[in-house]
Design a protein. Sequence first.
Length: 200
Amino acid sequence: MKLLVASNNQKKLRELRRIIDAAGISGISLLSLADVAAYPEPVESGRTFADNALIKARAGARHTGLVTVADDSGLAVEEMNGMPGVLSARWAGAHGNDVGNNRLLLGQMNDVPDERRAAAFVSVCALVTPSGKEVLSEGRWEGRLLREPVGKNGFGYDPIFAPADGNGRSSAQLTDGEKDALSHRSKALAGLVKEIGELV
């Protein structure tokens, strides 16, 4: 079965591949947006991660006729009432400016003491079939904001987020295997494994 991951981020494809393989599910070929005919990119206008994940997954299923998985994720900082939230990827203005986003957020939180730097990565993954079936799965990864970037792995806010279960390291210092076992996206994707397996 061909399964579209509505993203051009190869790290997300590899993450889902590892989770599917670990679950012992075979017969699934993962495709990225680069592997299918181009279609208009949907506007992520939702108020929640679930809204945006569904917008992307519905567009993929509608335009390609393939079962589609999409995620929307971001960093929710307690001191900032859950922001950047759905605006995480474009917090500094331009979409996907990781360095700018990290710098702006750290600047905004500069004077906040350590005991009030709680944060969580949140991911909602949506699975949509061409027949209209929709499944949502949410994952959270609790931790705190660091004061400067640490580590070279990962992307986005990984270098400035220290997960509660990361032994003091940033999520950018964890191996792929460690992230698979702990991260918000891996938890959300794992919640779709049963549904994916039933579609094969």
